[in-house]
Design a protein around this ligand. Structure first.
Ligand code: NAP
Length: 249
């Protein structure tokens, strides 16, 4: 299923909603955060580094959007106790969660499998696949308390079609696709929808690392693609479930 890039965010359309975004301090995660906050949602900005989260917080508040909440957590080392604490904090403060956007990821390295760095393989699978599993498991109780909740996983072209040398990153995104499908079947009879979304190319640090020779000016900026996430979180997205979504360019 393809989605339009040019959705126009209506101020206040997500008023009262609480949405957690991982990797919210920069790149696509920050652009998503800005649009959600513009639409009136309270965004729980999860990132591993408090300093860069604070910098991103200033950008949201200076733009005049809804004040976000900062939640520093390193998804590589986070334990079940850390996720339990996050669940407790969300339920204490908000009583519910309306959206969970799994955006944080690392690229790993681009190498043939027979040379792939084993430690980096584990780190990539941990951040890109196992952390989203744990975060989801611990936040389902809060999502169950929303009238109309969304779980969205950022995927990739190489999570749907294999490409040589993309190693653990590609495998983690194939894993995310399988995980999301399984979860959407399990939650079929609930008010929680589950989808993956391939954003296509976006001008971020990850893209620059993957394609160092590319002319960056030909690649869309994160804020040119993020508004569709508001569309999916709004009531217009409530019937979209179990899909592999793609943002068309
Ligand atoms: N850019 C593209 O062209 C493209 C294409 C297809 C799919 N995607 C997907 O879109 C999503 C966003 O990508 P992007 O381009 O914005 O990437 P990016 O610029 O590299 O940003 C990645 C984000 O993930 C966070 N992160 C990484 N490791 C973390 C950890 N251990 N704990 C917590 N946060 C962590 C980073 O935080 P730090 O600042 O602390 O590193 C950063 O906020 C990813 O899922 C990516 O796979 C991107």
């Amino acid at each position: 299923m393809k989605l339009p890039v040019n959705y126009k965010v209506q101020e206040g359309e997500l008023e009262g909603k609480v949405v957690l975004v991982t990797g919210a301090n920069r790149g696509f995660g920050l652009a998503i955060t800005m649009d959600l906050a513009k639409a009136g949602a309270t965004v729980i900005m999860l990132g591993r580094d408090l300093g860069s989260l604070e910098y991103a917080y200033d950008a949201v508040v200076d733009a005049g959007y809804k004040e976000p909440i900062l939640y520093p957590l390193d998804l590589e080392g986070a334990t079940p106790e850390n996720y339990q604490e996050l669940q407790d904090n969300i339920l204490d403060k908000f009583k519910k969660l309306d959206g969970l956007i799994h955006n944080a990821a690392i690229l790993g390295t681009q190498m043939p499998i027979d040379q792939y760095d084993i430690k980096l393989w584990y780190s990539t699978l941990q951040i890109n696949l196992s952390a989203p599993f744990m975060l989801t498991q611990f936040l389902i109780p809060a999502l169950m308390k929303s009238d109309d909740a969304r779980i969205l996983f950022l995927s990739s072209t190489v999570g749907r079609k294999a490409r040589a040398y993309w190693g653990a990153y590609s495998v983690s995104k194939f894993g995310i696709e399988g995980f999301a499908k399984t979860l959407s079947e399990e939650l079929e009879k609930t008010q929680i929808t589950v989808n993956t979304i391939n954003p296509g190319k976006i001008r971020t640090e990850m893209r620059r690392t993957a394609y160092p020779a590319e002319d960056a000016s030909s690649v869309p900026r994160p804020e040119e693609k993020s508004s569709v996430i508001v569309y999916l979180l709004s009531n217009k997205g409530s019937k979209i479930n179990g899909e592999q979504l793609t943002i068309v360019e």
